[in-house]
Design a binder for this molecule. Structure first.
Ligand SMILES: NC(=O)c1ccc[n+]([C@@H]2O[C@H](COP(=O)([O-])OP(=O)(O)OC[C@H]3O[C@@H](n4cnc5c(N)ncnc54)[C@H](O)[C@@H]3O)[C@@H](O)[C@H]2O)c1
Ligand SMILES: [Zn+2]
Length: 346
């Protein structure tokens, strides 16, 4: 189990983490936005033992070895020993990279994830996957290591740009579709923007925690978390090279529609279920234009997916809603049909 503290009052959350713990030194890692809008705005300094803050530029393009070198150098300059603590305050970029640096520095020191985006609260900070991008390959270098704690407060969402909130919400939808039908029905009957985020974050974290605790290194059931991500990730990668880049969740929303269609094609969900999922996702995310002449290129990207085994493109598919199976082989023809289905939606 991940050690997770969820508290609206972030100061109380930190206080409860530090009870009975004694660290030789503390390094806070944040990006330019989270340093200002999270660390400073919420006066986190008051709740932490003596520490230094290391600020890095924000953005996925910074999640690389060059930035790690700067972080490891900072740790070295501060003479952090193995009883030191790293606190990562930020979205998935800071969490993945700060956690990776902490778990490799002197063979590993404690680190705490303080996720500040919805995506990092419900997804990136739970489950122990850490790493960086390398020569254009996403999350290519990394380790599995669970943090000493994940400290979650929805106070951070107050400053999160709306587009980022919506992007993170795609993972919330995914968790309901793969693991909780009742909650899925509940989501679809409300305006998503009026949702109680404190409650939904707690719910989503519990699902991710259960699945990743059961299968920490993705040998089996953890693969269900990839629902929507095989075609979704291919669509995301495809648009990276174009002026119409998509946020991760926007691409995963496309992926979830396509992969729900595949679930229907494999007779795992009914047509009514497919319609309900498609309608909800299109209502929240709108429709992305996928050029038909680029389908082949998009499908080709799925072959590079880290989740594939023995050259087969394997999918996690829904069925029935609230459950998910993994390791399902899908042909290129079927993938094309799913993209066609998406394109023909009104
Ligand atoms: N480890 C995992 O299991 C896992 C799972 C999913 C995603 N990820 C990784 O997570 C990363 C994406 O994470 P992300 O979407 O959080 O992106 P991010 O860390 O880049 O944050 C998005 C943007 O929001 C800003 N921001 C963060 N918190 C803010 C706040 N409270 N107020 C205002 N602005 C804020 C950031 O500075 C950044 O500009 C990717 O690198 C992805 O690979 C990892
Ligand atoms: Zn995702």
């Amino acid at each position: 189990m991940n050690h997770i503290i969820i508290n609206q009052d972030i100061h109380k959350a930190f206080a409860s983490f530090f009870v009975g713990r004694n660290y030789s030194n503390v390094l806070v890692i944040a990006d330019e936005h989270t340093n200002n809008l999270c660390y400073s705005r919420l006066e986190l300094k008051k709740s932490l033992p003596p520490h230094e803050v290391f600020e890095i530029k924000s953005g996925e393009t910074e999640k690389n070895l060059a930035t790690c070198t700067l972080i490891w150098q900072k740790m070295t300059d501060m003479e952090l020993d193995r009883k030191a603590l790293v606190i990562n305050i930020g979205g998935g970029v800071i969490g993945d990279m700060g956690g990776f640096c902490a778990s490799t520095y002197k063979r590993g020191i404690d680190f705490v994830q303080v996720p500040t985006t919805l995506l990092s609260m419900v997804d990136a900070s739970v489950g122990g996957k850490l790493g960086i991008d390398f020569n254009g390959y996403k999350n290519h270098i990394g380790v599995f290591q669970v943090p000493a704690s994940v400290i979650v407060s929805n106070r951070f969402l107050e400053t999160l740009p709306h587009a980022e909130l919506k992007s993170g919400y795609a993972e919330v939808i995914k968790h309901c579709l793969i693991a909780d039908k009742a909650k899925w029905d509940d989501l679809t009957s409300h305006d998503w923007q009026k949702i109680d985020f404190q409650e939904i974050v707690q719910h989503s974290i519990t699902i991710k925690d259960q699945i990743t605790t059961e299968d920490p290194t993705e040998k089996g059931r953890r693969k269900i978390l990839n629902f929507g991500h095989t075609l979704g990730h291919a669509v995301e990668t495809f648009f990276l090279e174009t002026p119409n880049r998509l946020l991760h969740g926007e691409a995963i929303a496309v992926g979830m529609v396509c992969e729900s269609y595949l679930s229907f094609l494999k007779k795992l969900i009914s047509l009514e279920d497919l319609d309900q999922i498609m309608n909800y996702l299109i209502k929240v995310y709108g429709k992305v234009y996928l050029p038909i002449e680029k389908f082949e290129e998009i499908i080709k990207i799925t072959r590079q997916d880290k989740k594939n085994e023995f050259d087969n493109v394997q999918f996690a598919l829904l069925g029935p809603v609230g459950h998910c199976s993994y390791g399902i082989n899908i042909s290129e023809g079927e993938m094309k049909e799913a993209l066609d289905y998406y394109n023909q939606l009104g």
